[in-house]
Design a protein around this ligand. Structure first.
Ligand code: ADP
Ligand code: MG
Length: 341
């Protein structure tokens, strides 16, 4: 029998392959695999649940990630998936596998970060599991949240002619990572040189201590807006747009000139000779939200600088296009973080 290598499938196809034919057996499971979080309903209340793994050497590098930030980020990336459902996170569990090379004081730092994130987002830390690990540090976080029944937002419900919006700015976390990687390489050869990080606080913070957009979910409630579809931007805008379009059976046209990118991100990406648009489209880890909204609702947010309209939804199923500054239409391809490369 010919064996299939995981890299032939890639992350998204692997998940699809492993999870096909899973039957839902409980009426309390409203929606299972396939979105930022699953939707459960107990006694009439919508609960959402999401889980993520963070692996040393894959998702973070202990040589430059402060443990307190790592704790914060572990919670942040999980509750970002809850916000992406237009839900409010309420509880988390945190499981760790850790080797003897970590002193208790290091874990204290990590847990301090977790506690700050939980406090900032009013989330209760209610459990987990602890194991030893032979090699790296492994973190698994599960987050639960609650949404009013008619307010939960999926990826699969974008409508033709909706406006596509993003929050904040994109690409910063990726450029921050490039900077940290560069300084790590320099340190390896010249350990006496001081790292050149000053002036780059913004992109470093975007990488090391992302802040999930609780404020946006609160703004939606206040403005009485329910996006038609939404995701958080963890793998990069390209990949997320493809998920929304494929799952909604629609297409999109996105305008390069509209994509919000911070001036710090532009400056540093130019220094690295990377196109800032590529950082925004394919970088990932920004933990902003990408959502679609009906034209009538767009009126309510168009003057708010936290939201940027970047394009619109078309009826051309699966045709996701980036309209470059010179007017050419480029097919959007998901690069995302392919863990199996
Ligand atoms: P995110 O980037 O938001 O973490 P993923 O791409 O990891 O989303 O997951 C997409 C969907 O697939 C989610 O519904 C998730 O629960 C599900 N999923 C991912 N990995 C597995 C797995 N190994 N087994 C079952 N479901 C999975
Ligand atoms: Mg995941």
């Amino acid at each position: 029998m010919k064996l299939t290598s995981i890299s032939e499938l890639g992350e998204f196809k692997l998940i699809e392959h492993l999870t096909k034919n899973i039957e839902i057996q409980n009426t309390s499971t409203i929606m299972g695999i396939g979105d930022d979080a699953a939707i459960l309903n107990f006694r009439g209340k919508n609960t959402v649940i999401s889980t993520d793994l963070l692996i040393e050497g894959i998702h973070f590098d202990m040589s430059y990630v402060p443990l307190k930030h790592l704790g914060y980020k572990a919670i942040a990336v999980n509750i970002s998936d809850i916000y992406a459902m237009n839900a409010i996170p309420t509880q988390v569990t945190v499981s760790i596998a850790v080797s003897n090379r970590f002193p208790v004081e290091a874990l204290d730092e990590f847990y301090d970060g977790i506690k700050v994130a939980c406090k900032n987002h009013k989330v209760d830390f209610v459990g987990g599991d602890t194991s030893s690990s032979k090699t790296g540090f492994i973190i698994s976080v599960t987050a639960l949240g609650i949404a009013e029944n008619d307010k939960v937002v999926k990826r699969s419900t974008a409508q033709v002619d909706d406006i596509v919006c993003v929050t904040g700015d994109l690409g910063g976390a990726y450029v921050g990572l490039q900077l940290l990687e560069r300084e790590k390489e320099i340190y390896k050869t010249s350990p006496n040189l001081q790292p050149e990080l000053t002036g780059n606080e913004y992109i470093l913070q975007r990488q090391l201590r992302p802040e999930p957009r609780k404020d946006i979910i609160e703004a939606f409630a206040e403005l009485e807006i329910i996006p038609t579809a939404m995701m958080d931007i963890s793998d990069g805008l390209s990949s997320e747009l493809m998920h929304i379009c494929n799952q909604s059976g629609v297409g999109c046209r996105i305008y390069e000139e509209k994509i919000p990118i911070a001036k710090e991100t532009i400056k540093q990406s130019q220094e690295f000779n990377i196109d800032p648009t590529v950082c925004a489209m394919n970088g990932g880890e920004d933990y902003e939200l990408v959502f679609t909204i009906s034209v009538s609702d767009y009126e309510k947010i168009k003057n708010n600088w936290d939201f940027t309209a970047i394009g619109y939804i078309t009826k051309d199923t699966g045709v996701t296009q980036l309209i470059a500054r010179d007017g050419t239409a480029i097919p959007i391809e998901a690069q995302g973080w392919n863990t199996f490369k």
